[in-house]
Design a protein around this ligand. Structure first.
Ligand code: NAD
Length: 441
């Protein structure tokens, strides 16, 4: 079987590599020449655990190819996946220009029947637009070639993408074509072993499923952040409350950790997009509007705690940051809460020294030039007036208090992910502030 994946980003590259690993002949296509040339040389553009080795293996076996030519990739391909970006437009709705540009290109160049699968996260109705864009190009050249469309939203998580793809909780496919269903079922068969389900449904339901899933997850985060903030006011510990509610099987204990707000390339934009879609049907999604508001405020909470601790004067203070990416095991800085925190602190006159195991190169492209970067976690603590833990990378889990005490100017830790034990911190002479946990009197 031969397939093509258009858009070689976090989703396209992982998808293509995982399909190649099952013996399928895959071409990953991108318009970014540098990215494709690098991939041809074995340079992987993103950090994703396990991906580099898997790419190398499949390239060596001759099953995984990289190209800038969508036209060439179509040759004998049975399925083409669209996995390009769908960033938010100015009004919050998903920008479909990349997806539709690819659909038109498919229509311009296809020479045999093909299944066009949209894997990008797209609003309801997009598959219709994809079908129309392909058809319009076929009509222009009087070509009567049958083709089928399907929506196959992706649920992988950056940082755990390969495992998520290989062992999915579920695969969702929307299509109205039996031919498409047959081909897609065959393609995904290797991933269905051990009872991983594939759910076929109508196209609008598949398109909405992705937004509903991300919105539900964002809701859990904002809910816990709201509860955490209340915990601080009433003298409760959100860790206890979390365990208390999580043990109710109707609630469950996953994804109910408070923190510094959700970020990344998906939750913020998908929550915005579904709100926008609902508004276009004159149905305000009041709950999700609140989820967004809570999140915006939560991103500012760490900076507020720091300012409060230093009596609203952090001018000239040196603040060390551990972690920059929006979550561990990724270099993705898109919508990372760290960017908001850095902005707030810099605007108040603080000097920032940051360390992240893999995201510093990405951060350098996106954040204030004025911040400096360290070689390792302890490097940034030299003369620091405070430490902020922003991303819970494993290497930050067990800090060396002796070294920290020696290096830091002032012993205070603000823990944006609640990974440290408050008692242990206090015993080692550190003032400690987490999220949703009141300070000891
Ligand atoms: P990305 O920005 O990492 O990659 C998109 C790629 O598409 C880029 O390399 C870009 O150069 C390429 N591209 C743009 N126009 C193109 C064209 N006309 N032809 C060929 N290539 C083109 O994006 P991503 O994070 O992989 O996300 C892709 C889609 O998947 C989005 O809709 C996103 O919402 C969705 N998604 C992302 C994740 C995630 O964790 N990143 C998870 C699930 C779903």
């Amino acid at each position: 079987m031969k397939i093509s994946i258009v858009g070689t980003g976090y989703v396209g590259l992982v998808t293509g590599t995982c399909f190649a690993d099952t013996g399928v002949n895959v071409t990953c296509v991108d318009i970014d020449e540098k990215k494709i040339n690098n991939l041809k040389k074995g340079i992987v553009p993103i950090y994703e655990p396990g991906l580099e080795t898997m790419i190398k293996n499949n390239v060596e076996k001759g099953r995984l190819h990289f190209s800038t030519s969508l036209k060439e990739s179509l040759d004998q391909a049975e399925v083409i996946f669209i996995a390009v970006g769908t960033p938010p437009g100015e009004d919050g709705s998903a920008d479909l220009s990349y997806v539709l540009a690819v659909a038109s290109e498919i229509g311009r160049h296809m020479t045999q029947s093909i299944v066009v699968v949209t894997k990008s996260t797209v609003p309801i109705g997009t598959s219709k637009k994809v079908r129309a864009a392909v058809k319009a190009e076929l009509d222009k050249r009087n070509a009567d070639i049958p083709f089928y469309v399907a929506s196959n939203p992706e649920f992988l998580k950056e940082g755990n993408a390969i495992d998520d793809f290989l062992k999915p909780d579920r695969i969702v496919v929307g299509t109205d074509s039996e031919d498409a269903e047959k081909v897609i079922r065959r393609l995904y068969k290797p991933f269905l072993l051990n009872n991983h389900p594939i759910l076929f449904m109508d196209i609008p339901s598949a398109e909405l499923t992705k937004y509903a899933a991300n919105s539900m997850l964002a809701t859990k985060i904002s809910f816990m952040n709201d509860i955490a903030n209340l915990c601080e006011l009433v003298g409760a510990d959100v860790n206890m409350v979390r365990k208390g509610i999580g043990s109710d099987s109707r609630i469950g204990n996953k994804f109910i950790y408070p923190g510094i707000g959700y970020g990344g390339s998906c939750f913020p934009k998908d929550v915005k997009a579904i709100i926008r879609t609902a508004n276009s049907y004159n149905y305000p999604l009041r709950l999700l509007e609140a989820v967004e508001n809570v999140n915006e405020d939560q991103k500012k909470i760490m900076a507020a705690k720091v300012k409060n601790y230093f009596n609203n004067d952090i001018k000239g203070k040196t603040i060390a940051l551990w972690g920059l990416s929006f979550k561990p095991n990724t270099d993705d800085m898109r919508e990372a809460p760290s960017k908001v925190i850095i902005k707030e602190l810099v605007e108040a006159g603080a000097k920032i020294k940051a360390y992240d195991p893999v995201a510093m190169d990405e951060a350098k492209k996106e954040v204030e030039d004025s911040i400096t970067y360290g070689q390792d976690p302890y490097d940034v603590l030299i003369d620091a007036d405070a430490l902020l833990l922003l991303t819970e990378w494993p290497e930050f889990r067990i800090p060396n208090y002796k070294v920290m005490s020696k290096l830091m100017n002032h012993k205070v830790v603000f823990d944006g992910r609640n990974i440290y034990d408050m008692n242990e911190m206090n015993e080692n002479g550190f003032d400690y502030f987490g999220i949703g946990r009141s300070q000891k009197e």
